[in-house]
Ligand binder design. Structure first.
Ligand SMILES: [Zn+2]
Length: 184
């Protein structure tokens, strides 16, 4: 399952892969990201906006870390999310999809950027409509990729097979080292 907010926070992967540029500052990567999530394309030369996005990414990353390690979102952070929300006003409209009808919330005016609005909305959606215990950090300490665990048993530990294999190899080597040192 793909969530805009998780995709956004994971854009900080370059921190563990130093030879890449921050995707939020890369014109092509940013364009692809905006297209993927169907939002107006962000101009990476707008340094004020990029700074806001960087701050938002740090903030959401910190909340996800609290959720994964302390199982909570602190009151001060909820207040901060609400402060982000005050920048937007909404109205509701009736919509039709095939043969069903539903109410949808539409932003009225943007006092802030559309992407920021969509990221915050996606974050609120995941913590209100989904199982927050399934939001996880990859157990590889050098990775910390965020993912939504869709496994039936809720026991997924790694973002992908590369990290799983890497950590298994490391565990195996550690065991071998202990074995070898015992044999000395
Ligand atoms: Zn990983």
């Amino acid at each position: 399952m793909d969530f805009l907010c998780i995709d956004f926070i994971n854009s900080q992967w370059y921190k563990t892969h130093k030879f890449f540029k921050d995707p939020l500052k890369d014109k092509n990567l940013m364009e692809n990201f905006c297209k993927k999530w169907n939002v107006s394309i962000v101009d990476v030369s707008d340094s004020k906006l990029i700074d806001k996005l960087l701050e938002l990414r740090n903030f959401l990353n910190h909340i996800i870390n609290d959720l994964c390690t302390k199982n909570t979102i602190y009151e001060k952070d909820i207040d901060k999310i609400n402060r982000y929300l005050t920048c937007f006003s909404f109205y509701t409209v009736l919509k039709k999809e095939d043969k069903s009808y539903y109410l949808s919330t539409v932003p009225d005016k943007f006092n802030s950027n559309q992407l920021i609005f969509e990221i915050i909305s996606s974050f609120i959606e995941i913590i209100t409509d989904y199982d927050i215990e399934r939001i996880k950090l990859c157990k590889n300490p050098e990775c910390k990729w965020i993912f939504y665990d869709e496994s039936r048993s809720h026991t997924r530990k790694w973002c992908d097979n590369t990290c799983a294999t890497l950590m298994k190899v490391r565990r195996f080597r550690k065991k071998q080292t202990i074995k070898n040192s015992k044999n000395l």
